[in-house]
Design a protein around this ligand. Structure first.
Ligand code: SF4
Length: 379
């Protein structure tokens, strides 16, 4: 099975924390949709006929497409690729973009999962992040989406925001729990250098996120969602039973995926490629029949380390027997002493060849993963 990702690189407003590829020139949407349809055609053989089981419209803000633009892309996908039965088809949406009728037409176009960027229900936080919508619009969009037929909705929330106050975070969580989405993604605020927040931090006008405060908010997040029946199946992702994101699962399992649109990445099982992160260059290249991309060669170590990093974040953990079979590397033997030490400290569990992180270990997931990386083993 394979995944398909479509990048829609436009936003009405730039959120102060965001370093994704987008522009605010929404007027170019139609030319972009034409280019995306043409790239789909050019890439018809990329997945070698493998059936697609997940399609994900991300961005940017895919909910800025009108009905006709979305339908054109969906039609091109159906015309070009073989789809598995009942594929998961997700569209990222900002709450102020879609009214009830628009939500109905998005659903009718074949989208069966909505991922709503709500981030917070606290108005001062929304303003501070430069979000386009209000808390009330977010709630209204959620209930309209339900009414329009969506039975699988994911909500994004950000934690470790300023106003050091756990009550606000707990209220946000209770609000979302009350709404009962099927899935919640929650990320710690990170300050990226090329963002408005990054500039403020570098000039000393804003403090970076405090690790201890972030860890406390993460604990509140995991304990609260667990209490209300959301399973943490990946460090930042929580789902009601049966509603884990299949699209993300494809990435974590290192399945093939095709990324369409500027800045989108693809993986054909051997190497990755990244489309140019520039709308004008992308549209021009595609008009000339050439996809402007950069090839990313992955060494065996890169593939192993990427697997360790992503798998350790999931409830399924790092399957050392699979690594042994696929890449001929015995991780348990290679890091025997280190694994014993962190096992003793209650950071991991090793069962049937699988290394999983405990709640304590999750707080140090990236550090533990990098300690397990392999270097120069195959040179
Ligand atoms: S967070 Fe989403 S809506 Fe905000 S700028 Fe980034 S891509 Fe656009």
């Amino acid at each position: 099975m394979a995944g398909l990702y479509i990048h829609i690189p436009f936003c009405k407003k730039a959120c102060h924390y965001c370093d994704f590829h987008f522009t605010q020139s929404v007027g170019q949407m139609d030319s972009m949709v034409n280019a995306i349809c043409k790239e789909l055609e050019i890439q018809a053989d990329y997945l070698n006929g493998e059936a697609i089981n997940t399609i994900y419209f991300g961005g940017g803000t895919p909910s800025l497409m009108n009905e006709d633009q979305l339908k054109r892309i969906m039609k091109q996908i159906q015309h070009t690729f073989s789809l598995a039965s009942n594929p998961e088809i997700t569209l990222e949406a900002n709450p102020d973009d879609l009214d009830f009728d628009q939500l109905k037409s998005v659903y009718a176009a074949g989208i069966n999962r909505l991922s709503m960027g709500i981030q917070s229900f606290h108005e001062p936080h929304l303003k501070w992040m430069n979000r386009q919508h209000t808390a009330q619009e977010a709630e209204m969009c959620f209930y309209n989406a339900r009414e329009a037929g969506f039975e699988n909705i994911s909500v994004d929330l950000i934690y470790a925001l300023p106003h050091h106050n756990h009550d606000i975070w707990e209220r946000d969580l209770m609000k979302v729990i009350h709404m009962r989405p099927e899935h919640i993604s929650s990320y710690c605020l990170t300050i990226e250098p090329k963002t408005a927040f990054g500039h403020l931090v570098s000039k000393g006008k804003m403090k970076d996120v405090e690790e201890e405060y972030a860890a406390q908010q993460f604990e509140i997040l995991t304990e609260t969602l667990d209490r209300y029946g959301f399973e943490q199946y990946e460090i930042s992702n929580f789902a009601q039973p049966g509603y884990e994101s299949q699209h993300n699962g494809n990435y974590w399992k290192q399945e093939k995926y095709l990324g369409i649109g500027p800045s989108a990445h693809s993986f054909n099982g051997h190497f990755k490629q990244a489309n140019v992160s520039n709308n004008a260059k992308y549209i021009k290249g595609i008009a000339e029949g050439v996809i402007p991309f950069e090839k990313i060669i992955l060494t065996k170590e890169d593939q192993i380390n990427e697997y360790i990093l992503t798998s350790l974040r999931t409830k399924w953990g790092c399957d050392t027997e699979w690594l042994q079979k696929k890449h001929k590397v015995d991780l348990l033997k290679m890091h025997e002493d280190y694994l014993m030490r962190i096992d003793y400290k209650g950071m991991i569990q090793v069962e049937e060849g699988c290394i999983t992180l405990t709640n304590n270990g999750k707080l140090l997931a990236d550090k533990i993963a990098s300690d397990l990386f392999v270097y120069d083993e195959f040179s």
